[in-house]
Design a protein around this ligand. Structure first.
Ligand code: ZN
Length: 434
């Protein structure tokens, strides 16, 4: 048994605020007890770890394409459709499975050092994504994409892509770190027969369906031309929203679309920095939340927003919400923090993540008390949640554990050889840029 004693503990359990002098007990990678040290059970056998600063759940990033660290920086100044066709797909067409594995390992190292312990990934060569994440010790929900485009023909026809996805799931079925879901790219980029097949598999297996929805304004016309419906209504009509469904972006949606999400229990991954970078638009987060929809804040891929930083993402979400609503009380810091921890975990139906409560995975991040931006701390007036959300950054992340295994120490990732990885990545990225 390991006992973590922190100056300040945020469990992110419902209704539980910050606990000064808190304890988390961990056995076999799971939390068995958490709460104030004054109430902690007597466990003389525990190995005690002192955390000077704040201990909180590792963050849960519910929409990402981490191996795109390999193409980070390509296509500056383009809207998403041109950015994909002109800058990204030509490079991705050259990707090998080994590139993806190396890219995922690099992305995982970055996520971990930024306090993110789980990532929902959508990228080619799902098995290589899983391997790269597992090698770095990152918890990952891998959703291999299904996509049809002449430029991406090397990934095979959709039937083969689905077959490989299901095989990947079987391969990782006993992994404690990796879960495999399905990642149909978008309603406009895949044939209807394929979407129907994915819906059938999701119904049979309970696999998460992770799909881009209404990221850009033009998508609605493209889906209506095919189906006469909006993307959410179309996906509902073919049964794709019946199981665990996660819609990424959901920027250009109507009131009726929000009803579709609400009645199907669809969750939304809100990616404010990516939406801002590509001028995609501002998502209706307040309306989604008011309809009872589970919304997590996510980074999107590192080529869409360059950083895998949920601190920055939380602040951008708050700023956009406040400008959109004209209300300085909109999206309070506590809600933003919930949307990258317990709320994000709930959005992917993983209540074992994003909170430090009995039964949850011991995925934790410790923030250093020495980081200047987290000061001052005024006794009697301190609001640690507000400090973390408004002033926190990856620089504050001192230590990180995934399933009780420490993977970041002194702000540095210890689970991979960073020097070797950096050199390897530079070579691969150069080759892909042609
Ligand atoms: Zn995306």
């Amino acid at each position: 048994m390991d006992r973590y004693e922190a100056d300040l503990l945020l469990t992110m359990s419902e209704g539980e605020g910050p606990i000064s002098s808190g304890v988390v007990d961990v056995v076999d990678g799971r939390v068995v007890w958490s709460g104030p040290s004054s109430e902690a059970p007597c466990r003389p056998e525990a190995a005690v770890h002192r955390i000077e600063g704040i201990l909180m759940p590792g963050m849960v990033n519910i929409h990402c394409h981490s191996p795109m660290v390999l193409v980070r920086g390509a296509g500056e100044g383009l809207p998403v459709d041109r950015w994909l066709r002109e800058a990204i797909w030509p490079r991705e067409a050259m990707l090998t499975a080994d590139d993806v594995r190396a890219g995922m390992r690099m992305g995982a190292a970055e996520l971990l050092s930024n306090g993110i312990t789980t990532s929902v990934e959508m990228y080619f060569h799902g098995d290589a994504v899983a391997r790269g994440a597992a090698e770095a010790g990152l918890r990952c929900l891998v959703t291999a994409p299904v996509i049809e485009d002449a430029r991406l023909s090397r990934f095979g026809v959709w039937e083969a892509q689905i077959e490989e996805m299901v095989a990947t799931r079987d391969r990782w079925a006993s992994s404690g770190l990796i879960e495999v879901g399905m990642g149909p790219h978008a309603a406009y980029s895949i044939p209807e027969r394929c979407l129907r097949r994915i819906a059938e598999i999701a119904a049979d297996t309970g696999m998460l369906v992770h799909i881009h929805v209404a990221e850009q304004e033009w998508e609605d016309a493209a889906v209506r031309e095919r189906s006469g419906m909006s993307a959410p209504a179309y996906l509902e009509s073919i049964g794709l929203l019946e199981g665990r469904a996660l819609a990424a972006h959901a920027v250009w949606i109507s009131d009726e679309d929000i009803d579709v999400f609400a009645r199907n229990g669809v969750s939304v991954a809100h990616c404010p920095c990516s939406n801002a970078k590509h001028a995609s638009g501002v998502a209706r987060v307040d309306d989604l939340l008011a309809a009872g929809i589970r919304v997590g804040i996510a980074t999107d891929g590192p080529a869409s927003h360059h950083r895998l930083d949920l601190f920055e993402e939380m602040r951008t979400a708050i700023r956009l919400a406040r400008i959109r609503q004209g209300d300085a009380r909109a999206l309070p810091p506590a809600l933003a923090l919930h949307m990258v921890t317990a709320g994000a975990a709930d959005a992917i139906d993983r209540p074992d993540l994003g909170r430090l409560a009995p039964g949850a995975r011991a995925d934790m991040a410790a923030l250093s008390p020495l980081e200047p931006s987290l000061h001052p701390v005024i006794p009697g007036e301190d609001d640690p949640v507000s400090r973390i959300v408004w002033s926190g950054s990856p620089a504050c992340v001192e230590s990180v554990w995934v399933g009780g295994r420490q993977v970041v120490e002194g702000g540095r990732v210890t689970s991979v050889d960073m020097e070797e990885l950096r050199a390897d990545m530079t070579g691969r990225a150069g080759r892909l840029s042609g």
